[in-house]
Design a protein around this ligand. Structure first.
Ligand code: SF4
Length: 140
């Protein structure tokens, strides 16, 4: 894996909540490698570049179609809402530590119900649990 990672806007929260589920074995193994790096001892310093096309998480996805996606309209909606919430622009670079702080500041518990509307993983609850844990970490 190259040093920096590319994420489309909604994948910042997907990475926060990832619990080993995905669209195929290859997809899940690739995402696990990326997320393990972010959750490792040097994870906070890993640099991430924002893209509105297929990113490093999308790479082995069976739904990817070139730089786009079989479910492009749904994905575009997710990216738009997450980019608005987190203040992410195409080509911006930020560390995973800065991204976590931005999520904590901008995404309150419960917000995923609207931010992630239409995502097939939303009802599983793991992303909301991870979001709540992030906010709990910030308690004095
Ligand atoms: S509910 Fe879906 S879009 Fe939202 S963070 Fe989880 S996996 Fe990502």
């Amino acid at each position: 894996m190259s040093e920096s990672i590319s994420f489309r806007p909604h994948h910042f929260l997907c990475a926060l909540g990832f619990q080993g589920k995905g669209y195929s074995d290859d997809f899940t193994a690739n995402m696990a490698r990326i997320v393990d790096r972010l959750r490792g001892p040097d994870g906070a310093g890993v640099e991430i570049e924002v893209t509105f096309q297929a990113d490093h998480i999308c790479a082995p996805c069976p739904l990817r179609r070139g730089q786009s996606c079989e479910t492009a309209p749904k994905i575009a909606g997710l990216d738009h809402r997450h980019a608005q919430a987190l203040g992410l622009r195409d080509g911006a670079r930020l560390t995973w530590g800065a991204a976590r702080a931005r999520i904590r500041d901008a995404v309150p518990p419960g917000a995923l119900n609207s931010l992630c509307a239409g995502c097939s993983w939303l009802d599983a609850g793991m992303c909301e649990s991870a979001l709540r844990a992030l906010h709990d970490e910030a308690q004095p």
